[in-house]
Write a protein that binds this ligand. Structure first.
Ligand code: GCO
Length: 450
């Protein structure tokens, strides 16, 4: 049994976190370029202006991916690098970069998966109201059309959005991420609706430009799991996973995925949010719910849930001193069993884990190597759970480890190392960590060695 023979093993990254070259070759500013200039927004006031200098060192990175044996690589395209003002004028030099990158990935025998939007929103569009502007879905679709037309001769796998929960919730509700301005929930829900419309129009644009394209979506969410696998707790965990909480509705899985995959908002959204929900136009749900080829899901953790005995759910306390990563996120391997299982049950779409991983306090040892036994153990546990889900009938197609190289971790700057490859941000030297050699063996055996 185990994973499918054609299982897609790879790693993921995002443009602003690795590319650097923030002001080179005609790239326009993104909200992140402007956000990092504000004192105190990012730890140590770090920026992604240079990051991993992947813009210049991409060949080195692709060589590393080849050495690890990646079958696929998920990267993101920077919208303002190819359309500096977000709409209109095209920056050929920006497109040339993605041409070079794609050629190099394909030459290495790796299949490219491109995320069209991983948070570096064009600053000029932000100044025009961003996702509150009624034209914003069309701006996105025009950008998607350009990227698909220009790169679609080699690029066949597209992901419309990465973690809308974050680029709306963390950006416009909690303000930890760019542009970092708080809006009332009524407005953030309207932004969400426009993002969803952008997704639908974007899918149409990609399909029109690239016949046979495989198109998916990559939301996130904590994947809750039952304390006992028995009926009641299981039902409770499912409820918890797909709930829309009144305090933090933008973090919901169903609010963002039901419209896309089922053509409707979950009932809980209307129950909890009432008239704060956006007005839905006659054709909106039809536009939003385009046929998709796969559901990408970013899963890092989850929480134990049990039945409250009244048909509802409650979170079960974790033991004192439970396992955590450097980012203080809980270690919860079961999330990679129950997350895909619940998603498959509800949406019946092939699932890709588009991100999973952890940050560790990695450094270069006296022997010149980077030893990260914690990462190996973490991934080993998680991947065993994912394999079990596949064996139990969940249609799991692939797994992208987050991340290839250590990089700019948003408001945490360079203080969190998520990579399988160590990056010295002063010298730009890369060193494969022990986990990279371990992952190479996992890929070689298609996960049978786990
Ligand atoms: C995320 C982002 C990544 C993060 C990673 C670790 O999707 O949240 O896609 O950019 O770096 O999740 O926090």
């Amino acid at each position: 049994m185990g994973f499918r023979k054609d299982f897609v093993w790879g790693g993921a990254s995002a443009s602003y976190q690795i590319e650097g070259a923030a002001y080179e070759d005609g790239k326009g500013p993104s909200v992140w370029d402007m956000f990092v200039k504000q004192e105190g927004r990012v730890i140590n006031n770090s920026t992604g202006e240079a990051a991993c200098d992947h813009y210049h060192l991409y060949q080195k990175d692709v060589d590393i991916m080849k050495e690890i044996g990646y079958r696929a690589y998920r990267f993101s395209i920077s919208w303002p690098r190819i359309i500096p003002e977000g709409t209109g004028r095209v920056n050929e030099k920006g497109l040339d970069f993605y041409d070079r990158l794609l050629d190099s990935i394909i030459k290495a025998g790796i299949v490219p998966y491109a995320t069209l939007f991983h948070w570096d929103y064009p600053y000029e569009l932000f100044r025009r109201g961003g996702w509150l502007n009624p034209d914003s879905p069309k701006w996105y679709a025009d950008y998607a059309a350009l990227a698909a037309k220009r790169l679609g001769d080699r690029l066949k796998n597209f992901i419309t959005f990465n973690e809308p929960q974050c680029f709306i919730g963390l950006s416009y509700d909690r303000t930890d991420h760019a542009p970092g301005i708080h809006f009332p929930i009524r407005d953030t829900l309207l932004m969400a609706h426009r993002v969803l419309l952008g997704h639908g129009l974007g899918v149409q644009a990609i399909r029109a430009a690239v016949p046979g394209a495989q198109v998916g979506y990559a939301p996130t969410g904590s994947a809750h799991y039952p304390v006992c696998e028995s009926g009641e707790d299981r039902e409770a965990a499912r409820k918890a996973y797909f709930d829309v909480s009144a305090d933090n509705p933008l973090w919901s899985v169903s609010l963002w995925s039901d419209p896309v995959l089922l053509g409707m908002y979950p009932d809980e959204a209307f129950q909890r949010l009432g008239d704060k929900m956006p007005k839905i136009g006659a054709d909106d749900m039809k536009i939003i719910c385009q046929p998709l080829d796969f559901l990408g899901q970013n899963i890092y953790n989850g929480a134990p849930v049990k039945s409250d005995g009244k048909g509802g759910y409650e979170f079960a306390p974790r033991k004192e001193g439970y396992d955590i990563t450097s980012a203080k996120w809980p270690v919860e391997p079961k999330a990679l069993y129950w997350g895909p299982a619940f998603l498959w049950e509800r949406y019946r779409k092939p699932v890709y884990i588009t991100e999973n991983g952890l940050s560790c306090a990695d450094w270069v040892s006296l022997d010149g190597k980077v030893h990260d036994p914690g990462r190996i153990d973490f991934l080993h546990r998680y991947l065993k759970c994912l394999r079990k889900a596949a064996e139990d009938g969940v249609d799991i197609r692939g797994y992208f480890h987050w991340c290839v190289t250590d990089n700019f971790e948003w408001s945490k700057g360079y203080t969190e190392r998520f990579g399988m490859v160590y990056c010295d941000f002063e010298t730009q030297e890369r060193i494969l960590k022990d986990s990279a050699y371990w992952y190479a063996e996992v890929i070689k055996s298609n996960g049978d060695n786990l």
